[in-house]
Ligand binder design. Sequence first.
Ligand code: HEM
Length: 427
Amino acid sequence: MDPVIVVLVALLLAAVAYKPLITLLNKSSGSAADKKPPSAVPVKAAYYVDAEAPQPTPLYITPEQVKTYDDRPWRPFRWPYHQTMSIFKLDINHWLDMDKYYWHYIQEKERIYHEYGKDNIDWLPESEDACIELMETVRDHMLKRYPLLFTSEDNGVHVKNELTGEVLDFSMPLKDHPLIYVTKMAKEDFYIVQKRADGHHYLVAAAVPFPGGSFGISYKIGKSLDFIHSEVPYYESKLKKSMERWFSKTTAADPVERASWYCTWDHNLLCSNVYALKKGETVDSSVDERKFNIRVERQTVRRLPKTKAIIFTNHPVYYSIEEMKDEPLIPSLLKKIFYEAPEDIIKYKNFTAMRDHLLPYLDGLIQRQIDLGLITEDTPLKTLPSYPFAHFVEQSDEIKGWNTAMLKRQDEAARKKEEEAKKAQAA
Ligand code: HEM
């Protein structure tokens, strides 16, 4: 049969099958007759065949391996630092990445929802179809990408999260809102954005336990992307147009990723210390420089094929400056950006709150890199060739995670330290 016809038939079947799922959800508070037992649920129907969206390939890591698994090492430091979309094509295998902090994020999500509820998770009625499509997409992604971490014996009606031991029951009527299911599977924050009749894009649902600082859902739900980005430097003059163009042409086949970052002296997920400062306040001078981290906000954007909703994920990952100190040029790039980035970006990221405190430490690290021969006085200061990742990203092994390279790097650093100590003794 002509492949186009196959796809059309598949899509038609999916559309027909999708309808009862929504109807069932709508009837979740209906009569007993509406509440069919799981066996009556159109299991296959919950899946859809999508010709556009890329599908993940399996990664056979076990829960035991996840305990030491590191995600790709993000180093999204650019110089010169211009405000651009800075998006990359996303390999769908990395849509929802895995790492050894998975359990921590999932537990924190639960705690934050219990404590803050609608401040961190909320949805508008218009998002219902998109929320269900997202839930199914996350479920299918986890089952396909991590077959040893998420298992199902009934084609996705019940899914066991082997990392937490929880069995999620997807039979209709759902026991909870679809976004709650999503947060029990993936460690990322999720934003659902839809285009309304006026042609603008609006935030219609969000599960964002780890905003870091500036984001309160109650304040932003139902608002346009223009409103949400109103504080972002150069949004009006530079970003808005490119984003609008990108949103108007992107399909389910073109997922992208990007990374944003800022500096803080904690590992908080809900609200970073730098965002807890009052206006004009700076970090306490007693805070040890080795406590400073770069909080990378690893983000993805993809369109769902059926509802066409835009799914934006955000995931905070912390890297201490100390752990990056022997990566060529990292301390130099940080110093340069803290002091010489465009003024509005410096203000937005509140670099003035900590840069003077960090300066002697950064200068010390830069001198150390020169002494160790990692850089010279003349090494040109510019974006790393491995951007947005650390230079050792290529040496890693997908099955073992990126910690193999990290361990090698730590060994190397320890060896160099020993050599230094010996030299100092000899002198
Ligand atoms: C390709 C699309 C997008 C681009 C290029 C983009 C770009 C940006 C940039 C540059 C910032 C400032 C922080 C930074 O330096 O990265 C930002 C902040 C933010 N973006 Fe986006 N964004 C995109 C899509 C979205 C979507 C779909 C949402 C969903 C609601 C979103 C929500 C946010 C939020 C909540 C902030 C923080 C705003 C604040 O400071 O209050 N972004 N974005």
